[in-house]
Every structure is written in C-alpha cells, then in structure tokens.
Design a binder for this molecule. Structure first.
Ligand code: HXC
Length: 258
C-alpha cells in the first residue's frame, strides 16, 4: 500500500512505522492516523512480524494533533465524527507489542500516542508535554488518564495544567519512559528491544501484554486470577515445551511463534 504520511518497512521480524509529516513536526491529522491504523492492521495480520516500532523524526516524534485541522471544527463536527475514538483507538487495540522511539517533541496527541504504545524509549532530546490548555482545550486521547497512571497525579496535574514540557531524564525518573539513550541511538535501541521481543514466542508475548494491561483495568485479585488462567494456558503451547527443553539442553530456543 502507498502511504502519504508515514513510512512503513520491515526489519527482520519487526514492523517499523515512521511518522512522516516533517514540515508540520508530524502533526497528527486524520490521514496520518488512518494510515497508521492501516499499517498496524497489516503488521498484525502478518505472522512474520512479532513486534512493532513507531518513531518520528529527530526533531519531533509528533507535536500533537493537527491544530490547523482542529481550528475549523466545532462541537458538532467532533461529536459526529467521534474524534478521536474513530481511528486513534486502533493503536490501543493492537495485540502485538508496540515500542515508541521518541526523539524531540512528543506533545499533546503526540505524547498520548506514545503512551498508547507499550514501551517508550526516549532520546536524550525528547520533550513530553500536554500543552492543550494553551489552546483552550484539554487532552483528548488519554492524556488526563494515562499520564497520571504513568507518572502520578502531581506530575500529571503539573504538566496538563501548566503546559510545561518534561525532558527525557525527568520522564524516565517519573516512570513514563523505560530507557533514555543518546539521540543518534534511539531507533537502534528500540529496534533492538523489538527484535528481542519478536524472537520470543508470539502468543506468549501477546499474553504478557494482555496480562500487564489487565493490571490497569482490574482490582488485584481479578488481575491475579486473569494472570493465573493465562499462565496455565501457556503450558499447552509447543513454545513452552521448546523453551524449557532448550534451557535443559543448554541451547538457544527456536520458537515456532504459534
Ligand atoms: C499543526 C503544527 C503543530 C501542530 C507544529 N506545527 N505543531 N501544525 N499542528 N500540533 C507546525 C507549525 O505550525 C510550523 O508550521 C511547523 O510545524 C514548525 O513548527 P514551529 O512552531 O515553527 O517550530 P518550533 O518553533 O521549533 O516550535 C516547536 C513546538 C511548536 C514547540 C513543538 O510547534 C508548538 O508548540 N506546536 C504545538 C504543540 C501543541 O500545542 N500540541 C498540542 C496540540 S493539541 P509552518 O507552516 O509555520 O512552518 C492536541 C490535542 C490532542 O494534540 C487531542 C486528541 C488527539
């Protein structure tokens, strides 16, 4: 498929999506989010892909939803089109792990898109923020919900209410990002992590993602029960037999990903 706003490629078992509207600092318009969804559909349907990386440019992961587009919309427009549920939710529904490799600005919808991913790996140049308050709106793609879960109420309030940006060091300390690396290595680091994930059993990787996400949706006792059920199910997989046999035979496992 021909994409206009993103670049899509495959690196071994990893699907790489590069947001590509450089003139607008990767502002996230409808066309881009639709294309991102289409790329995710095709990676998710492909057994040769075990993990996905989403990245932007050196200057911006994404500077937010497209303000030029939003400027012309009123209540009835966003209500009728169901902005943002219609297409943004595709990222959240992904079952394969997604890593965001973030350099430069990740603001507003850009920060929210990164937070929809499963892991954020940041360049030392990364800047995260929810500056919607300055535009007379509020975060609408999970900023007021995922940010406090990631960094706690105090910092989430601070960022959303003052519109200040948080640098990579602060973001790592606060728990928003899992690793910070020099900017020139951020994509390599994310691809390396994605290749490691993609080398493991795909159904197991998906079960881990699903179980960790359950931690956010349920009380501890329900989450533990969910984990136990999935843990028991894992014992039915050929990849479990292979993983344990490989350990005992002191060799690398060769997972079938099935
Ligand atoms: C549309 C944008 C944009 C955006 C930048 N641009 N961000 N266009 N939507 N979100 C465009 C600029 O208009 C400009 O176009 C070009 O990108 C370069 O940007 P500059 O401002 O010249 O760059 P710089 O001075 O380096 O400043 C970078 C910046 C600033 C700090 C990131 O661009 C900025 O504050 N952008 C807006 C950030 C923001 O408010 N994000 C939240 C959006 S609301 P021209 O044509 O002039 O060169 C949101 C709501 C989410 O995300 C709701 C759910 C999805």
């Amino acid at each position: 498929m021909e994409y206009q706003t993103i670049l899509v490629e495959q690196r071994e078992r990893v699907g790489l999506i590069t947001l590509n509207r450089p003139k607008a600092l990767n502002a996230l318009n409808d066309a881009l989010i639709d294309e991102l969804g289409a790329a995710l559909d095709s990676f998710e349907a492909d057994d040769g892909i075990g993990a996905i990386v989403i990245t932007g440019s050196e200057k911006a992961f994404a500077a937010g939803a497209d303000i030029s587009a939003m400027a012309g919309w009123d209540y009835v427009d966003v209500y009728k089109s169901d902005f943002i549920t219609r297409n943004w939710e595709r990222v959240r529904r992904a079952r394969k792990p997604i890593i965001a490799a973030v350099a430069g600005f990740a603001l507003g919808g850009g920060c929210e898109l990164a937070m929809m991913c499963d892991i954020i790996i940041a360049a030392d140049t990364a800047k995260f923020g929810q500056p919607e308050v300055k535009l007379g709106i509020l975060p609408g793609a999970g900023g007021t919900q995922r940010l406090p879960r990631a960094v706690g109420k105090a910092k989430a309030m601070d960022l959303c209410l003052t519109a200040r940006f948080m640098d990579a060091t602060e973001a790592e300390k606060a728990g928003l990002v899992s690793r910070v690396v020099p900017a020139e290595r951020v994509l390599e680091e994310a691809l390396g992590a994605a290749q490691a994930i993609a080398s493991y059993s795909l159904p197991i990787v998906m079960m881990i993602k699903e179980s960790i996400n359950r931690a956010y949706e349920s009380p501890l006792s329900e989450g533990l029960l969910f984990e136990r059920r999935v843990f028991h199910a894992a014992f039915s997989l050929a990849d479990k037999r292979e993983g344990m046999a490989a350990f005992l035979e002191k060799r690398a496992a060769k997972f079938s990903h099935r």
